[in-house]
Design a protein around this ligand. Structure first.
Ligand SMILES: [Zn+2]
Length: 417
């Protein structure tokens, strides 16, 4: 399909952008190519890259509001894990579609997911039109299903490769406290062998660090490095309690950290991610919403505002994490491994048209200023892979997604009551 965006604003100039078969083929003040099948009028709108949600559990949107106001381990053990034991493939499909709908409506074009029923997740990603890094998850906690075991991982990883170019296969270990030493070692080897990302929650709570020191005599990052887990393929979620030596080690190995400020604050992890130290160590940094059960929103613009304000507040320095850096983080520019592409000729046709004329944006009109003033509702139009997923805030098929997600969530509440 071919597509033309005309009269959109980009860095102070008015531009047009032409797309052919999912690729940006022209971008400038004038385009000269043949007429296109779709034309988007960009007057009053800013042309921007899409947002990258570096860590989430999309289908947990069905658990939004379930188990609010609890500490992490209490929340996991007494609310979330028992609830997850009741999930079906149909629940996960529609939960992921619900999350994808919310992400489209707030400008996210790519997300990194870690959840069960990965083939249904991949199907939901394909049907929703987004890009996602979908993982074969491993969690060896009590009550985990029989098929969720290390021996089944290689075959599942192979099958995830069959969902087309918008689904990137990945490995995922839930955490150092829920996956065995031997399995972590095997996942690291599989990641190297197949050259696929390996996601893991790391240093989310102080208790995780203390338990690791007690069990292994080293802090979590050193423990993982000893198992070969840390590499440029590794994406570490949270990293709240990392110390400077751990940050230096992560930078040396080239691993990425994805910070999740809303989830951390809601679960009261008690410390801010050490952003200034991570930046000066040279660690690639992305941002994630985490799941909707611990956020409870997937609107990345809200998360990046929280990230910036939390860092300023904690360091008592308003110059920490300025708007331009927050914008670079939300668009994936500080973490190349998360897969964001520049808005340029030859890149995949993934972009947003953002309304700069709304009450929350006037009079600034600056794109980076959106991180302080706007929510995802400022996003007017979303294009992924050259396909219009939302135009003027209308997402085709939205009613069906909302109805089915409500049906699944209602069934779950009934069986859990
Ligand atoms: Zn998480």
């Amino acid at each position: 399909m071919s597509l033309l965006v005309r009269n959109a604003r980009l860095g102070g100039t008015t531009v047009s952008l032409r797309v052919d078969r999912g690729v940006i083929v022209e971008l400038g003040t004038e385009t000269t190519g043949p007429p296109t099948e779709v034309v988007l009028e960009g007057r009053g709108l800013a042309l921007t890259p899409g947002f990258v949600n570096g860590h989430t559990h999309a289908a947990m949107s069905l658990f939004r509001g379930y188990g609010d106001d609890l500490a992490l381990m209490d929340w996991l053990r007494n609310r979330i894990w028992p609830a997850e034991a009741k999930l079906t493939a149909d629940d996960v499909y529609w939960g992921t579609r619900l999350a994808a709908l919310e992400m489209i409506r707030s400008g996210t074009i790519c997300f990194w997911d870690m959840y069960w029923f990965q083939f249904d997740i991949a199907r939901a990603v394909v049907d929703a039109g987004l890009r996602a890094v979908v993982s074969v998850p491993l969690i060896e906690s009590p009550g985990a299903p029989e098929w969720n075991r290390i021996d089944a991982v290689p075959e599942a990883l192979g099958r995830l490769g069959e969902f087309g170019p918008r689904v990137t296969p990945s490995l995922a270990a839930h955490a150092i406290y829920s996956v065995s030493t031997d399995s972590l070692r095997r996942l690291a080897a599989l990641s190297a062998e197949h050259d696929v990302p390996l996601q893991i929650h790391l240093s989310e709570t102080r208790g995780e660090v203390e338990n690791c020191l007690a069990a292994h005599g080293v802090r979590p990052t050193t423990y993982l490095d000893g198992l070969g887990v840390l590499s440029e393929r590794t994406v570490l979620a949270h990293g709240v309690w990392l110390d400077n030596a751990e940050l230096a080690l992560i930078a040396e190995r080239g691993a990425t950290i994805v910070t999740n400020p809303a989830s951390n604050m809601k679960l009261a992890t008690g410390r801010a991610f050490p952003y200034p130290a991570a930046r000066s160590a040279g660690v690639p940094i992305g941002i994630g919403t985490d799941g909707a059960a611990s956020n409870n929103s997937l609107d990345l613009l809200q998360d990046v505002k929280l990230l910036s304000l939390l860092q300023k507040h904690t360091t008592a320095d308003p110059a920490v994490l300025p708007a331009a850096d927050a914008w670079a983080i939300i668009t994936g520019q500080l973490a190349p491994r998360l897969g964001a592409q520049p808005l340029a000729v030859g890149s995949p046709a993934d972009f947003l048209l953002v309304d700069l004329g709304g009450a929350e944006s006037v009079p600034s009109g600056e794109v980076a200023g959106l991180v302080y003033s706007a929510t995802g509702s400022a996003v007017d139009t979303v294009v992924v892979d050259g396909v219009v997923l939302m135009e003027h805030r209308r997402v085709p098929g939205e009613e069906e997604v909302l109805a089915n997600a409500t049906r699944c969530a209602t069934r779950l509440r009934t069986v859990l009551a």
